[in-house]
Design a protein around this ligand. Structure first.
Ligand SMILES: *Cc1c(COP(=O)(O)O)cnc(C)c1O
Length: 483
């Protein structure tokens, strides 16, 4: 078994290194018993199997601090039935997108782990963001003792709502800086700061060390397994399925983190039939599952599901490693090809092991039509990422005739992408202002406006630093008071 807690401290310095569980442990509590537990109870039973170095008390303490009133429902991840599918709403946390599910517990795991390893330095989280991760990380780390968090975002490269969410972030340990460059510049700048050995020494002397919160951190993956187990056991508790009956899971996919967690859940013994991987027009993964070739040499397409606009799905490497028979050398060979040529192909032997997966994609028109139809048929309004998943689920049913009960991961609140969602329902909405749209969505859906949205209506801007790319390091030093 992998000793995960040490990795929290190392994972992110080395963006080239991936930690994978040596073997995937089996659930050791019956599904029936899990069905009688609440979210926190299920979280403990799942996470204890992977985080074996944490004591029961430590892990429960992390779970209690994470899944509390930051979520607007005690259920944490409610399951909503609509039009023959079950939508697992993963957006009831502080930033109304699914990244909260992991980023609300990561800071506590990190701090507990640091203490166990006798790390006395304060941990400085450095993150480059294209929008969602930055805010979720800020919300997770705000006022967590022993940490500071510094987020760099492309000043003109995030949506107005995303920027407003970040620059209004409270907490004495939070810092948000816009850079005059794009996301790649921000990412490269952060990597350079991580790699600066001289700075590391000075930091250490001043009592600081860096870590990060990006999506390859295995500390984000483990908490994501929980909600698949939770969803299954809710179906069981509500007599929607029989004990042991298989379900399908549909995941709107970008970096492959969320669906990989579902794959781990299946490998832990959760009765899952197909893992349905839904892509938008950036359909690298669809092509990969269809042909066994991963090829990022293509145009990057901006869509209405921006969190899935991605051509290199970092977490796919963990699956590749596994289907290569945990062969690190083979994995390395393919990843080097990806780096040098932007593509790689897997062997037939490896491809056979992908039978658990089904991949498809949704065009912009199909996605909009799905959102509109679901609203008109049921009154339920989903966001554009979930719309991609719902579209792909329809294609899957058509392709296969499979009638297995299905859970769709609903990754963002429609309030986060109000304009795209409402114009899908009726193009007339495009002429309205952002907050008018919020009120309109509230009227149409009957769903309360989330606190995250109410907050940014009135919240004062607390962060207004903007810098050049080559001033990023100086800003970090200024914040930490070092020269
Ligand atoms: C990050 C994100 C995704 C993609 O999840 P991955 O784990 O990167 O595959 C999908 N939807 C939303 C709303 C997201 O924020």
């Amino acid at each position: 078994m992998l000793r995960l807690h040490r990795q929290y401290l190392r994972d992110l310095h080395r963006t080239e290194v991936f930690f994978v569980p040596d073997s995937i442990p089996a659930l050791d509590v019956s599904l029936d018993k899990l069905a009688s537990m609440d979210y926190k109870g299920v979280a403990y039973e799942v996470m204890k199997l992977m985080l074996t170095d944490f004591t029961e008390e430590e892990l429960k303490d992390c779970i209690n601090k994470a899944y509390d009133s930051k979520f607007d429902t005690d259920e944490i991840a409610p399951l909503v039935s609509a039009d023959g599918a079950y939508y697992l709403e993963l957006f009831h946390g502080a930033t109304i997108a699914f990244k909260d599910m992991a980023l609300s517990i990561l800071p506590h795991l990190l701090i507990t782990s640091a203490r166990k390893n006798n790390v006395t330095n304060d941990i400085v989280i450095l993150t480059a963001t294209s929008g969602d991760t930055g805010k979720a990380a800020l919300a997770g780390f705000a006022d967590v003792k022993g940490t500071k968090i510094i987020v760099f975002y492309p000043k003109d490269g995030v949506s107005p709502v995303q920027e407003k969410q970040m620059v209004t972030q409270k907490g004495d340990n939070t810092y948000v800086i816009g850079i005059k460059g794009n996301f790649d510049d921000a990412q490269t700048g952060v990597k350079n700061i991580f790699g600066d050995k001289e700075l590391e020494k000075v930091m250490n002397a001043a009592g600081y060390q860096f870590s990060s919160a990006n999506s390859i951190n295995i500390g984000r993956l483990v908490p994501q397994i929980v909600y698949y187990v939770y969803a299954y056991t809710r179906l069981l508790a509500n007599d929607r399925i029989k004990d042991g009956e298989k379900i399908n899971v549909v995941v709107p996919t970008g970096n492959f983190g969320n669906i990989l967690a579902a794959f781990y859940a299946k490998n832990m013994g959760l009765p899952i039939n197909k893992l349905i991987c839904a892509s938008n027009d950036n359909k690298v993964l669809y092509d990969f599952f269809a042909t066994g070739e991963y090829d990022r040499n293509r145009d990057f397409i901006l869509t209405t599901s921006p969190s899935m606009d991605i051509l290199i799905s970092s977490n796919l490497e963990r699956l590749i490693y596994r289907i290569a028979g945990n062969d690190a050398a083979k994995n390395q060979e393919l990843m080097s090809e990806l780096k040098s040529q932007g593509r790689y192909g897997i062997t037939d032997e490896m491809k056979k092991q992908l039978a658990d997966f089904y991949g498809n994609y949704a065009t912009e028109e199909e996605n909009a039509a799905t959102i509109k139809k679901l609203y008109e048929d049921t009154g339920y309004i989903i966001d554009t990422h979930t719309g991609v998943a719902a579209t792909v689920y329809e294609k899957y049913k058509k392709d296969t005739g499979d009638t297995t009960k299905t859970v769709i991961a609903s990754t963002a609140s429609p309030y986060k992408f109000t304009r795209s969602v409402l114009t899908a329902i009726d193009p007339k909405y495009d002429s309205m202002g952002d907050f008018e749209l919020v009120d309109e969505l509230n009227r149409l859906s009957g769903v309360d406006i989330p606190k995250a949205i109410e907050d940014i209506r009135t919240a004062p801007v607390l962060h207004d630093t903007v810098c050049e790319v080559n001033e990023m390091c100086d800003n970090v030093k200024r914040i930490l008071g070092i020269n």
